[in-house]
Write a protein that binds this ligand. Sequence first.
Ligand SMILES: [Zn+2]
Length: 506
Amino acid sequence: MCLTHVRELIEQDAKAFHKLCPTTDYGIYCAGLNKKQLHHAVTFASIQSIHKKHIESGFINLCIIDEAHLLNDSEIGCYRKYLRGLLSINPKMRIIGLTATPYRLKSGLLHFGDGRLFHDIAYELPLQQLVHEGWLCRMIGKQAKVHGSTDGLHTQAGEYIIKECESVFDEERLVRAAVKEMIEVGHDRKTWLIFCVSIKHAEHVASVLNENDIECKSVSEKTPKAEREQIIKDMKAGTLRAVTNVGVMTTGTDVPNIDMIVMLCPTRSPGRLLQMAGRGFRLSPETGKENCLFLDMGETLIEHGPLTHITPPPQGSRKEKEKKGKVCPKCESVCASHATECADCGHIFEGVPRKIKHAEKGNLADVMSDAPILKNDIYQWYNVLNVAYNKHEKIGSKPSLKVTYKCGKKNFSEWISFESEKDFAKNKAKQWWSDRGMGSDFPETTDIAISLIGFRHPKKVAKIKVKMDGDWPEIKGYKFDESAQQKQSTYSTGNLADLHQRTSER
Ligand SMILES: [Zn+2]
């Protein structure tokens, strides 16, 4: 069962699934699409249509919630009720949430806090890695010369107040200057998506663009469906160059050829920022797209840092606004506030201690986030929140077990080679296995190791010691939580039994 609450996504998910598994039969259950097909191997359903139909849905093994970050509190209610129903039929059903941004504006991380629906992050694929491996295209984040200031703007329910934003961003002179800069900077960009603060603002910007011979349409939730579909079609075909909107062109908008995103609005929400920027990450080699320019006119990158470094909002009380990005004086790219070198032009920032230099290798985000590392501090202990175990395969070498320790905002990984022929690697694997109390039968393959880890819960790692002075961080020591009954930190998303128990207690 694959659930979402956005109609466009149901069709997209079903299509993508069919492409991958052409012989598996599937159905769609969504009143808006006029389809009520149940009892297929896989069902793609809208939660609004199906939430009272758990009996009809029958025995479900796996329930996937797409775009899990979009659930609002009342929808969580619907989901809960439906999931509870499904769990009453199959108590062993598993639930997985999919999202690019595992946090919500108000409540922070999806797997934290009271009433959470999820218990853990099972698998994480950092944006940077997806870009690096070529699944997504590169985003170039530039601070525009023209930009509205967020100084003095107030927030309400965690987001800037629209009226105040309008007074800054919808000011005639700023709009004209912004359009002028878009035309200059975007002269070789084919498809522009512009985010504005309000419908009025979006219409204003569109009209100024049209005045300047850039064909532009404005989309809002008030735009009739047929018109909106036509606009998206024209964008995809490359016949419409620019579209302004107020955050409606995010989830479910699939226009891969967008090669310039303009943020003519600020946001306090890292999740919202990523969802907006996300429209530019798609690949579109057939239209000649090589990368996407993210032209920031709302100080969003200064506030949240470069797009591949964005971290969830802090839990509980909101921290004071701090700047996470800085502008390269040479090329206007926005870099992490503690970056030593501009990733786009190589400019060296003065006054930042240069300790680690390996921009492309390893996990840049891990290394470059948080405080600068001091020389005498090459070993650091980190508290481990959870651990993920995944098979790592690389052409030309034997598979290994990638173990990722999630430590707050940072992840550290190590690779355990059960199948290695080298004594050193094999001994390390044996030591690793026995340290975790995994028994005397040493697994011969990575697959066996992973399944054993699933059965016998390895000893909980409370802290890891990380060496920071090499090419990438190296894990050099562990502290185990001897008291803990290992339960949480397994590689599965799991704990549905818990969910079941908690929901039925009410
Ligand atoms: Zn630069």
